[in-house]
Design a protein around this ligand. Structure first.
Ligand SMILES: CC(C)(COP(=O)(O)OP(=O)(O)OC[C@H]1O[C@@H](n2cnc3c(N)ncnc32)[C@H](O)[C@@H]1OP(=O)(O)O)[C@@H](O)C(=O)NCCC(=O)NCCS
Length: 177
């Protein structure tokens, strides 16, 4: 069943705990969302607080995907640049689908919803993101229209002796009207 996507959901304790649980479960399943397993909700919470601060400051928008029970099943955060010369594109951070929902097309739907959300932002022409090499993620993003525009070799050390490339992907937004 398709997820229901919501931009700028009300930040209730339920939503907060749902995102923490999602981020923790995705990380412990080996997802590339800033951690290596094992992690606890207590590890994840401070990172989410950073996103909430940026949301409160109007720099970040949360896109959430809810499953049929209304549980948080997917997220992506759209973040404006603070640099005055880089206001024409946004970052996409913390793209994740819960492991029990992966492989069913929800990731593609999430990126389509993010593209639509970014397309509705005044003066925003592109979405940029980075992903960890060695996981096939660039293929996932390429299947959603993103192009690799940069790669820093070995920039991410997931473990001693296991350095991964930091890959930059870009999606120019089609202008409407
Ligand atoms: C990456 C992620 C968001 C994809 O979501 P998903 O719901 O599993 O993906 P979909 O079912 O929509 O798959 C879309 C396409 O991408 C491919 N794909 C998905 N994950 C992939 C991966 N890790 N590597 C290579 N291809 C992948 C699918 O095979 C599918 O292609 P197809 O239509 O040709 O079969 C999800 O797997 C996830 O949350 N992973 C853990 C967190 C993470 O690493 N996020 C990336 C942060 S940069």
């Amino acid at each position: 069943m398709a997820l229901v996507f919501e931009l700028d959901p009300a930040v209730t304790p339920g939503l907060r705990d749902g995102v923490v649980a999602l981020w923790t479960d995705v990380s412990n399943a080996g997802g590339s969302v800033g951690f290596v397993p094992p992690v606890t909700p207590g590890d994840v919470r401070p990172e989410l607080v950073k996103h909430f601060v940026a949301m409160a400051e109007g720099r970040t928008r949360l896109l959430v995907g809810l499953d049929e029970e209304g549980a948080v099943a997917a997220t992506a955060f759209l973040t404006h640049n603070t640099h005055r010369l880089m206001k024409h594109w946004v970052w996409l951070y913390t793209v994740m689908v819960h492991p029990r929902h992966q492989g069913k097309g929800h990731g593609r739907d999430l990126l389509a919803a993010a593209e639509e959300a970014a397309g509705g932002l005044e003066g925003v022409d592109a979405i940029r993101l980075t992903c960890r090499g060695g996981e096939g993620l660039e293929r996932f993003y390429a299947s959603c229209g993103y192009k690799e525009v940069g790669r820093v070799p070995g920039a991410i050390r997931v473990a001693p002796g296991d350095d991964r490339d930091d890959i930059t992907m870009l999606l120019p937004l089609a202008r409407r009207g």
